[in-house]
Design a binder for this molecule. Structure first.
Ligand code: ADP
Ligand code: SF4
Length: 702
């Protein structure tokens, strides 16, 4: 197995077009006994790819190694059944089958000269062991906060005794040895994000009176010993990394150092081969662009390099090479960590290396990727429709299968679905015409990216339009409101209608049965707002779409100077944004703008002076005085063009196929539209298969 063959550090040869300013990004970095071939480090991140999907996982990670990431880590790997995150998807490294399962990934990563890393993980009191039914472990029996529905449990953790601590150290050492057998080059001790070793670091969770509790020197002892046993297990063959969350510790005063974070790092400074530094909770660590700019970790982690001489890696949603170089030159980081930027563009390093920065598909910070983990499914990405599809659908982010004919294709509608479809068809070599009735491309993005916090989402448009504009066999037409006659006369063989969707004024009962509409001169939907029809004066926003739109529209209208009230039948504002780490910030934003939030209520009527509300469970009625009502509820496809076309003599006009993509097929988030447009392009002209995608299976030992 690759573990015995030490590390491959093949030097990658640049195509010669690299901007010399970025040479520093391609310098090798020693991590203990191994050497990263460059400074691009894909830090461990959740992928939803458990040991049940070993081939999906291996190819997902391999694609990043192929794209030039010098280090590619797999996500957290449980070292023992007492660390059982179910129902959330988690990988494990418990037995021989697990070793083989991970070996698929390490071998795949090594094929491209990159190092493979593994984040050995024990969740402590933050997991509830629903499958193993073993008592969760914790320093002092204090449960971890569990406000996320998927995380909640009635089981409280047990207090670890001395034997448990010795077990923990043994599991870590055994996990490290298994990791080495699986071929990993970098093995982690993970003391972050609420997990067990982190719980020992924080005095609120660690109230022990033995040598593992009390002073920082005692609280850090478990982490210290975990690093020591890991080094003993693999130290001369693998780099040993410490991943540590520093947000809470940095906020705590220390009698010995600038903060407890400084003291902890100082006490550990010579032990690991690498420090991987981060924030403490998913909403701050993996913060959405709607509320948090790039580089947000810096004020918390900027001191680490001053305290230790070991290399430091950290993240910041960096997609611009200048920002990366600045992190290195200012002495903040030695390695540029990437999770989301590596999902959105696995080939980001190669593009910089080859002087193709303008081809980078930049992460938009929407956090759909993290929502996949909360949904317990393999990772999805708004910007990169091939993420998670590398093995099961055979989709590569940079390579498309060539066209099968010289057919011409007309794509109607230049929103996310149409743009992605046209670009992917053009990349296959087809002659493509993209037409939109508006004066600009972008579809829903034209309005949505002007809403508070969503400007970064413009990258969905900019990347695609930028690429399309460089392609020769692509014609782009604006202000072209196409009719069926226009299309029949156009002279194409395939038509893709990506004509979007419209928000409606439909409403539901408390039993979620459709119950008609609320219409009137002062009733609006987001489609009205996008068209420039804006309410003036006191406004109720009634949101049962539950994703970002209701909250964002409320913010937008408040920003325009209107008094806004937000009403939802859900338990929180923009309730689904718990999945994208945004929910706490949505509530803060609404409160900051003076927007009153009423949950567990439906709007049942509106007369131009007041909205009538009914409590979801008791039906108790209340009223909110308002001149306008904005309903953010249901969307219906804008598919009239498609249906009208299907009534016509298509064969007579030489048209072989008419399809719908994106919201015109089934309204969804931007991620759905991009995936849909991409899929139509991939499958056009291809033989139809019964098997939509390949099914992976766990490794089973005979
Ligand atoms: P999606 O998210 O599925 O891409 P959007 O609503 O963002 O959907 O985009 C749909 C686009 O289709 C809009 O830009 C709209 O102007 C355009 N469109 C709708 N009907 C026509 C038509 N008949 N001719 C040209 N463009 C159209
Ligand atoms: Fe970035 Fe969104 Fe893709 Fe996640 S889903 S990697 S946040 S673009």
């Amino acid at each position: 197995m690759a573990g015995e063959t030490t590390t491959l550090t093949r030097t990658r040869v640049s195509a010669g077009n690299r901007n010399p300013r970025y040479d520093i990004l391609f310098e090798p970095v020693k991590i203990g006994p191994v050497t990263a071939p460059n400074r691009f480090y894909q830090v461990p991140h959740a992928s939803g790819m458990t040991n049940a999907l070993p081939r999906v996982r291996a190819q997902f990670r391999e694609t990043k190694a192929e794209g030039g990431w010098g280090v590619v880590c797999t996500g957290a790997c449980s070292i023992h059944p007492t660390s059982d995150d179910s129902p959330l998807p988690f990988a494990k490294l418990w037995d021989k089958a697990d070793i083989q399962s991970h070996a698929l990934m390490t071998e795949a990563v090594h094929r491209h000269g990159s190092l493979a890393g593994v984040e050995l993980w024990h969740g402590g009191a933050s997991v509830f062991n629903r499958t193993s039914r073993l008592a969760p472990l914790s320093p002092s029996g204090t449960p971890w906060m569990a406000t996320h529905v998927g995380f909640m449990s009635n089981l409280r953790p047990k207090v670890m005794d001395r034997a448990d601590i010795l077990d923990m150290l043994r599991w870590q050492a055994e996990g490290a040895r298994k990791a080495r057998s699986a071929g990993f080059d970098i093995v982690y001790v993970y003391a972050g994000m609420g997990y067990l070793p982190y719980e020992f670091l924080l005095p609120e969770y660690n109230q022990r009176t033995d040598e593992y509790g009390g002073s920082v020197a005692n609280r850090v002892r478990l982490v210290q010993q975990m690093i020591e046993v890991t080094k003993e297990a693999v130290g001369d063959t693998c780099g040993v990394a410490l991943r540590i969350s520093l947000e809470e510790l940095r906020a705590k005063a220390s009698p010995h150092a600038e903060s407890e974070a400084h003291e902890v790092i100082d006490r550990l400074k010579d032990l690991p081969d690498l420090f991987d530094v981060k924030m403490d909770s998913s909403p701050t660590d993996c913060a959405a662009s709607r509320f948090t700019p790039e580089g947000s970790h810096e004020p918390v982690i900027d001191f680490v390099k001053k305290v230790t001489s070991k290399p430091v890696v950290g993240v910041g949603r960096f997609t611009a090479p200048d920002a990366m170089v600045s992190q290195l030159k200012r002495g903040i980081l030695d390695l540029i960590g990437g999770a989301r930027p590596s999902i959105a563009d696995p080939f980001l390093p190669r593009k910089i290396d080859e002087g193709r920065e303008d081809e980078i598909r930049e992460c938009i910070g929407c956090n759909i990727c993290i929502s996949s983990w909360h949904d317990s499914v393999p990772v999805r990405c708004t910007q990169n429709p091939t993420a998670g599809e590398e093995w099961r659908r055979g989709w590569h982010p940079e390579r498309m299968q060539p066209k099968r004919s010289d057919d011409k294709i007309l794509v109607v509608g230049g929103g996310p679905a149409g743009l992605e479809c046209a670009l992917s068809l053009a990349r296959r070599g087809y002659a493509v015409t993209l037409a939109d009735k508006n004066r600009e491309f972008g579809g829903r993005l034209r309005f949505e990216t002007k809403l508070p916090g969503l400007s970064t989402w413009r990258r969905v448009l900019d990347y695609r339009l930028g690429r399309l504009q460089t392609m020769t066999k692509v014609d782009l037409f604006l202000e072209s409101d196409l009719t069926t006659d226009d299309i029949l006369e156009f002279g194409c063989q395939h038509v893709v209608t990506a004509t979007g969707s419209n928000w409606t004024t439909e409403i539901y009962t408390s039993m979620e049965v459709p119950v008609g509409r609320i219409d009137g001169p002062n009733v609006f939907t987001p489609s009205d707002l996008a068209a420039g029809r804006l309410p003036q004066g006191p406004t109720v926003v009634f949101d049962f779409d539950n994703y970002y739109m209701g909250g964002v529209v409320a913010e937008f209208l408040a920003e325009q100077g209107n008094q806004v009230s937000y009403v939802t039948p859900a338990g929180h504002a923009s309730a689904w944004t718990i999945m994208t780490n945004e929910l706490p910030r949505v509530h803060q934003a609404l409160s900051r703008r003076g927007i009153g939030v009423t949950t567990l209520n439906r709007v049942t009527a509106f007369d131009g002076e007041a909205a009538t509300l009914a409590q979801l469970f008791t039906a108790e009625e209340t009223k909110i005085a308002a001149r306008n009502l904005v309903i953010v509820g249901l969307r219906r496809p804008e598919d009239a063009l498609y249906h009208a076309l299907m009534e016509r003599d298509l064969a007579g006009a030489g048209i072989k196929s008419v399809q719908r993509a994106g919201d015109a097929l089934a309204p969804g988030a931007i991620v759905h539209a991009v995936h849909s447009g991409h899929r139509v392009a991939r499958e056009l002209d291809e033989p139809v298969s019964e098997e939509l995608y390949k099914l992976d299976a766990p490794i089973v030992l005979g």
